[in-house]
Design a protein around this ligand. Structure first.
Ligand code: GRG
Length: 300
């Protein structure tokens, strides 16, 4: 089933306006961290650009569920803080050991390993503060559910668990089920939390939350398949991070297991299924439908 949305929706303008809104909120969210060196390390990575996909998904989902996206802005910021923390930690020598991220030297290259770990820790804990203490106008019981989703996505049931299995799989041949486990946890969990938290802030009913779970599982997996493809096909200059790392580290990826063409086909199918899940809400789903398409058409 093809899911069509109104052609008068200008997605490029929507994406740019959303990005700018998120950038401003991120800039305003940090402070007054002391000492200054910690603040600098946190700002360095948080304000280094990036697609801001997770906060934008959160705002879009809140609106789809009938909420005012301004109410979701602190949670959107929190999601980007958790994501940025995970990038800082992922780049450390003990993990992926990378020196380029978002087009700049990685956090530990500039501030040293200890400060990079601490900047990540401070961003992670600040994320929870954003929701618990800096989300005016949202009912406490909704915030509690948001905090629950963020905890699951960041912890062992999400990012951490996925990262552990990913590290354990290095240098080994991994099957498709394990690869899917890694992707759904390491990448998919936070994308899913981005979509669900926006809807929870708007007080979404269970049927919409179920549909958004299906939508976000699909886009999360598709996102990582495209990430695997881009690692092979795009340059470091375009990606803003080291290209060709998976091949160099002999990592199992979708293209390695299935080939480039079949990997792309899978991502397309997943995105189509994601969009289909939103069919009953199509009139309000323009941004989430377009964001799903953006995931497979992106070049970085
Ligand atoms: C300490 C709680 C805790 C967690 C850390 C290090 C770690 C556990 C997990 C690694 C998670 C990770 C780095 C997953 C990769 C996700 C991914 C595809 C990142 C790239 O996302 P983009 O393309 O990046 O959205 P930009 O730069 O555009 O934001």
């Amino acid at each position: 089933m093809a899911v069509a949305v109104s052609t008068d929706f200008d997605f490029a303008a929507y994406l740019e306006a959303s990005r700018q809104r998120v950038e401003q909120a991120l800039d305003a969210a940090l402070g007054p961290e002391r000492p200054e060196s910690l603040r600098e390390a946190m700002r360095y990575s948080l304000l280094a650009g990036g697609k801001r996909l997770r906060p934008i998904l959160c705002l879009a989902s809140c609106e789809l569920a009938g909420g005012t996206s301004a109410l979701a802005l602190p949670t959107a910021v929190a999601l980007e803080m958790i994501h940025t923390m995970s990038l800082i930690h992922d780049d450390l020598p003990a993990m992926d050991n990378d020196d380029l991220r978002r087009g700049r030297p990685t956090n530990h290259k500039v501030f040293g390993e200890a400060n990079a770990i601490l900047a990540g820790d401070a961003l992670l804990t600040r994320a929870f503060e954003m929701v618990a203490l800096r989300s005016p106008g949202v009912a406490p019981e909704r915030l509690l559910r948001v905090l629950g989703e963020l905890s699951l996505a960041a912890g062992a049931p999400g990012l951490v668990g996925g990262q552990v299995v990913d590290l354990e799989s290095e240098g080994r041949q991994v099957d498709l089920d394990t690869l899917e486990y890694i992707h759904l946890h390491k990448t998919g969990a936070l994308l899913q939390a981005s979509v669900l938290t926006g809807a929870l802030i708007a007080g979404a009913e269970d049927d919409l939350l179920d549909a958004l779970r299906t939508y976000s599982r699909g886009i999360g997996l598709a996102f990582q398949i495209i990430d695997d493809i881009l690692d092979l096909t795009a340059s470091s200059a375009v990606l803003g991070k080291t290209a060709g790392k998976d091949l160099a580290a002999d990592k199992t990826t979708y293209p390695k297991l299935l080939g480039l063409e079949e990997s792309r086909r899978r991502a397309d199918v997943l995105v189509r299924e994601s969009k289909e899940a939103l069919q009953p809400w199509l009139a309000q789903a323009g941004p989430l439908v377009a964001l799903a398409d953006y995931i497979t058409s992106r070049d970085r």
